[in-house]
Design a protein around this ligand. Structure first.
Ligand code: AP5
Length: 223
């Protein structure tokens, strides 16, 4: 089982890179943010609980988040592993993941921190567009779609996230960066942390992540 954890501040490029790595490594991308947004859309009890936290830019409580992630990780498509995008976000989540994987006689292969200066994150998030069908991310200047408003990959319309409004982005950064530091410390202590400069162009970041995983660089899906 191959579990790769992508770490980074809101807007660092986790989703962008997770889509590429998932395709490249043949693993599912599991994004807790996407799972929560689906739960909110469907109006499930978990979605109702998560919605207020997400609107305030706060982290959803660990108990809810860990249960959701472990349920998803137990589905058959993740039997060979997964790219985790946005989980773990707290030390307690990291420890819960370790314990669950230990129970399956495995562990996290690598924790890759996409490091981007905080000053760049607001511009990234306020210019972000996502495809309605699968969440493929674009940026209005750094990574524009070939046809404005349409996903290059699946042709679905591009939309903006409610929590990408500047006031919510500021709250996300204020409320979440401390916990990110704890998670980084957890994986550093375990000897699993690798840091990649996320301020470079998207394909360069992908290449650095693949190199960190010991993967060959040829045939990047986005090239
Ligand atoms: P979530 O959906 O995980 O949001 P996030 O972590 O804030 O991350 P983002 O999706 O905003 O950013 P990203 O790093 O994926 O960046 P992207 O690739 O899109 O979580 C949402 C909410 O759900 C949380 O606030 C919380 O409430 C809750 N939640 C989720 N998980 C949780 C958990 N584990 N515990 C508790 N609560 C949880 O890129 C951003 C933009 O930059 C795009 O426009 C992209 O095109 C552009 N870009 C990417 N790379 C580059 C580059 N190299 N150069 C220039 N532009 C780039």
């Amino acid at each position: 089982m191959r579990i790769v954890v992508l770490l980074g501040a809101p807007g660092a490029g986790k989703g962008t890179q997770a889509h590429v790595l998932a395709e490249r490594l043949g693993l599912p991308r599991i994004a807790t943010g996407d799972l929560f947004r689906a739960a909110v859309r469907e109006g499930t009890p978990r979605g109702v609980e998560a919605q207020g936290y997400m609107e305030r830019g706060a982290l959803v409580p660990d108990e809810v988040t860990v249960a959701m992630l472990l349920e998803r990780l137990a589905l058959p498509d993740a039997a060979g592993g997964a790219i985790l995008d946005g989980f773990p976000r707290t030390r307690a989540q990291a420890e819960a993941l370790d314990a669950a994987l230990h129970g399956r006689a495995t562990g996290v292969e690598a924790a890759l921190l996409i490091d981007v200066p905080v000053a760049d994150l607001l511009a990234r998030l306020s210019g972000r567009w996502l495809c309605a069908a699968a969440g493929h991310p674009y940026h209005e200047t750094a990574d524009a779609p070939r046809v404005a408003g349409v996903c290059d990959i699946d042709g679905s319309p591009l939309i903006q996230r409610d929590d990408d409004r500047p006031e919510v982005v500021r709250a996300r950064l204020e409320k979440q960066l401390g916990a990110l530091g704890d998670v980084v410390g957890h994986y550093r202590a375990a000897g699993l942390l690798q840091i990649v400069d996320g301020s470079r162009p998207i394909d360069d970041v992908t290449a650095a992540l693949l190199e960190a995983l010991g993967e060959p660089l040829a045939e990047l899906p986005r090239s």
